[in-house]
Write a protein that binds this ligand. Structure first.
Ligand code: 4AD
Ligand code: MG
Length: 481
């Protein structure tokens, strides 16, 4: 591209700063981050979200009318014409301005995002504008890069992207935490003779809900295409107001025919390391910014609560070290012998709480951990039953600062065992007859897992609250925007 082609097509700040082509004429479009005015010159920092870096526009006296300059404040959107010249500032180049068009003003009395530190709680209330801050710009660019890397990984490894339904008639996890989907009149729904809501008259002729997982349908795909994955929105009506739970989140669920639990762990570990490495290799500027933010945040904490590693060190550590693998039973032994006093007691058969998971990862092993072979009664009905009659071939991957990031298992492939287990936990056969039938026609060993996308983004960005890594979070009592 030669110098003046900048004017032929739209060009974005990332490219202008990277190419740093002195003396070329440019048009920069973006939002004002700061404006600094002295007697003879005005400096305007502009960002268009293509990079964490701003470009500086330098307006010499008389280059632009006073009227126009007076309309420029933080948050305004500008179209700036000028020439790229060498800069003394943070960037190699800056724009020597010849003309400015104000595309959209932002009243400084009203615009809420000012060039100062805002709390994340405050910015959650301004979710429509928070992408214009450095931190959220970085997070959403990294979120994109990770989503892209997920598709790339699976495509490169011969997986097929399978679109599983969002509206379903079954409860894949059997946890009963579903949002109902209905078109019936909420005030006067049709009733059956015994006074219950008559769902045969509903849109789908039955009770339906938003999916809690694409796994069951994913398994149908794997038992035909061998290697599939899903990547879609998932809904859970659990009333967990924690920094790790959303009511609407995105989940990635690979499912592989002929894989056993061992293969499943190998896939999960390779996949996670690939994704973290992809971010390190492709999001360096944004991660550097978040690394500094993370260090600043850690300084505010009491010494014993501080992370031993910085953000970038933590990411590199995960890429370079094998995950620790042990059984649930071995983990319970470690926890029972731990000096630390837990809020919730641990005993074989109890579900592990996040304090236990984090103790194992952050204090005991100091690396990611894969726990396997959990007691059957605390896990979902579809997991493969072991010969001991007590445990199932389950695996959870636990990450520092996060706790559970992946949950998965080898699947029960024996028709009778699967049907009986579903009955035991109260899942009606008519809601999953098609799932059971795959165990009658060409059943095979297979395994898969679910990665919570926001928990991955949380880990990679070093943020503390899951509400801050999805553009518009859905949590109890909160569906604004
Ligand atoms: O462990 P979960 O419930 O497993 C499943 O849904 C299986 N069907 C997956 C499979 O084997 N195909 O959820 C999987 C992951 C969790 O490890 C966690 O990372 C994330 O999904 N997750 C949530 N993320 C945000 N908010 C919530 N409410 C979440 N619930 C689960
Ligand atoms: Mg789980």
């Amino acid at each position: 591209m030669n110098i003046n082609t900048y004017l032929m097509s739209k060009v974005y700040i990332k490219q202008i700063l990277e190419e740093a082509r002195l003396d070329s004429e440019v048009v920069v479009r973006g939002w004002v981050r700061t404006k600094r005015q002295s007697k003879n010159v005005t400096f305007i920092n502009i960002n268009d979200g293509t990079t964490i870096h701003n470009i500086q526009a330098v307006v010499e006296a008389d280059a632009v009318s006073e009227d126009i300059l007076a309309r420029i404040h933080t948050g305004a959107c500008l179209e700036v014409y000028g020439k790229l010249i060498a800069s003394m500032g943070n960037q190699k180049v800056e724009v020597q301005v010849s003309k400015i068009v104000v595309l959209g003003e932002a009243d400084p009395e009203k615009y809420p995002i000012q060039p100062k530190k805002h709390s994340f709680e405050f910015l959650r209330e301004k979710a429509h504008l928070r992408p214009r801050t450095n931190t959220f710009g970085a997070i959403f660019r990294i979120r994109h890069a990770l989503a892209f890397a997920i598709h790339k990984y699976f495509n490169d490894h011969g997986f097929f992207y399978l679109h599983t339904p969002i509206i379903t008639g079954s409860d894949a996890e059997g946890a009963g935490e579903m949002f109902r989907v209905t078109t019936l009149d909420p005030v006067h729904p049709p009733k059956t003779e015994d006074g219950k809501v008559d769902y045969t008259q509903d849109f789908f002729g039955k009770e339906t809900n938003l999916t809690v997982s694409g796994q069951l349908e994913g398994e149908l795909g794997a038992m035909a295409l061998s290697k599939i994955y899903t990547f879609g929105p998932t809904f859970r009506a659990e009333n967990s107001n924690t920094s790790r739970h959303l009511a609407e989140f995105w989940m990635i669920e690979p499912e592989v025919a002929f894989n056993d639990l061992q293969d499943n762990m190998d896939l999960a570990e390779d996949f996670l390391q690939y994704l973290v490495k992809y971010a390190l290799d492709n999001c360096a500027d944004d991660l550097q910014f978040l690394d500094a933010r993370f260090a600043e945040e850690e300084k505010q904490k009491p010494t014993q609560e501080r992370s031993e590693l910085g953000l970038l060190d933590k990411l590199k550590f995960v890429v370079e070290n094998n995950f620790e693998r042990l059984t649930y039973t071995a983990a319970v032994d470690i926890l029972k012998n731990a000096k630390k006093k837990f809020q919730y007691p641990v005993d074989w058969g109890t579900d592990l709480q996040s304090e236990h998971e984090r103790y194992l990862v952050e204090k005991h092993f100091k690396k990611p951990v894969i726990l396997t072979d959990y007691p059957a009664h605390i896990k979902a009905f579809y997991m493969k039953q072991s010969e001991d009659g007590k445990t199932v071939r389950a695996m959870d991957v636990l990450f520092p600062g996060i706790g559970e990031i992946i949950g998965g298992s080898q699947r029960e492939d024996d028709y009778e065992k699967l049907k009986n287990r579903a009955l035991e936990v109260g899942i009606p056969e008519e809601s999953i007859w098609w799932y059971l039938e795959t165990r009658q026609f060409g059943s095979c060993p297979h395994a898969g897992f679910g990665l919570g996308f926001e928990r991955l983004v949380l880990f990679v960005t070093g943020m503390g609250n899951i509400r801050d890594v999805i553009p518009f979070p859905r949590t109890p009592k909160n569906a604004e925007f």
